[in-house]
Design a protein around this ligand. Structure first.
Ligand SMILES: [Zn+2]
Ligand SMILES: [Zn+2]
Length: 387
């Protein structure tokens, strides 16, 4: 007959013995949930991020109460995971669900936790948790481990490294938005700024340093001071995709890193928007006249003002065909009448009447059209106020 060496119970009564211990003493000698009574964690008071396994991440919740519980639960689960080193895996289940758990394979634990008490009106926020674990760690175990402990999580405020840099005015790159050979209009500036802001929100989900430190409006364009070079590049690409243009980069030595004594460069990413805009009148090397219908990353859609046929020209073709702004005069005129090939107009200012060769499309009598004159020849550009 064998006996438990700790409590003296016989194997018949308290067995089977595991390493000389009865079932109860084996569980007592080998507790599996060794949580500290106090767990400390912190969140960034500026952006709400917190550390998950040592890496700063953005929170799921931005509402403060929910955020505090999110941060506390993360710290609690990390502590539970660290303490459960006698099992290979564990599942987190609801408190009520754990009550029902009976069949537990060796090497597995089921964990549940609930809030006993909390004070989150000010920092440090305090949440008291009760944690219960059921587990089996030895194949001779009849009853599983069933342990309940309480711990208190303290959540303090700090400023994450990213926000420290942001608040100190740090930037790594400048995104410069410029235009080619023309004025940068207010509408365009607003559109680009909006696009940049939307894209930054997207980038920040992956690149925490992708923030805009500062935006500076200049006569020649807009400068965005960016926390990361890759974010500046992504933004330049997003702008090019939508509006076309050419991207270039320049580097400036700004000093030495005091810790690594490596040279530190600052990158300027410049996107130069194309010279052409929707509504421009352009001309190719053969003297064909077009109206620019749209501009994008690949090229532009041009409407031949003689035939009113429209086609997409990629940037290579635009260059090869020497398409450029056409010097022209523009006036508004009322359509008085038309034949299959001619349209009669009356100038809205001078009341002078004149004829213009018209495209096959039917025009609308009594409507006002914009008429352009290029190299002495008249073209119907578009209906006033229309596309
Ligand atoms: Zn015993
Ligand atoms: Zn932060």
């Amino acid at each position: 007959m064998r006996f438990c060496y700790r409590c003296g119970i016989s194997e018949e009564e308290g067995g089977p013995l595991i390493n000389g211990l009865c079932q109860v003493c084996f569980r007592k000698e080998n507790p599996i949930l060794l949580l500290p009574g106090e767990i400390n964690t912190e969140l960034c008071q500026n952006c709400g991020s917190y550390k998950k396994r040592g890496v700063w991440i953005d929170p799921q919740n931005y509402e403060l109460d929910a955020l505090i519980f999110e941060v506390a639960e993360n710290a609690l689960l990390e502590a539970i995971e660290d303490s459960l080193d006698k099992v290979r895996e564990f599942d987190v289940v609801d408190w009520e669900e754990l009550e029902e758990v009976e069949e537990i394979p060796v090497g597995k634990a089921f964990v549940a936790f609930r809030v006993l008490d909390y004070h989150i009106e000010h920092f440090p926020a305090i949440i008291v948790y009760e944690i219960r674990v059921k587990a089996r760690i030895h194949e001779l175990q009849v009853e599983p481990h069933d342990e309940t402990v309480t711990t208190t999580v303290y959540i303090r405020q700090t400023v994450c490294p990213r926000c420290q840099k942001f608040l100190a005015g740090y930037y790594e790159a400048i995104l410069q938005v410029r235009v080619e050979d023309r004025e940068f209009t207010k509408e365009e500036r607003e559109e680009i700024t909006k696009l940049v802001q939307e894209k930054v929100d997207e980038i920040m989900q992956r690149d925490r340093m992708g923030f805009i430190q500062d935006t500076i409006e200049k006569e020649e364009g807009i400068d965005f001071y960016m926390g990361s070079t890759s974010a500046a590049r992504k933004l330049a690409n997003a702008i090019r995709e939508k509006y076309g243009g050419v991207i270039s980069e320049a580097y400036e030595l700004v000093g030495l890193d005091r810790q690594t004594s490596k040279e530190v460069y600052r990158t300027s990413v410049t996107i130069r928007l194309p010279k052409f805009r929707k509504g421009d009148v352009v001309e190719d090397r053969h003297g064909r006249v077009y109206r620019v219908e749209s501009v994008d990353g690949k090229g532009m859609r041009l409407k031949n003002l003689e035939t009113w046929e429209s086609d997409h020209f990629d940037w290579k073709t635009v260059k090869r065909e020497k398409i450029d702004l056409a010097e022209h005069e523009e006036r508004k005129a009322l359509l008085m009448g038309q034949t299959p090939t001619e349209a009669q107009f009356m100038d809205m200012e001078t009341y002078e009447t004149f004829e213009v060769r018209k495209p096959k499309e039917k025009l609308e009598d009594g409507e006002v059209y914009k008429i352009v004159k290029v190299k002495g020849r008249l073209y119907i550009k578009e209906k006033e106020g229309g596309e």
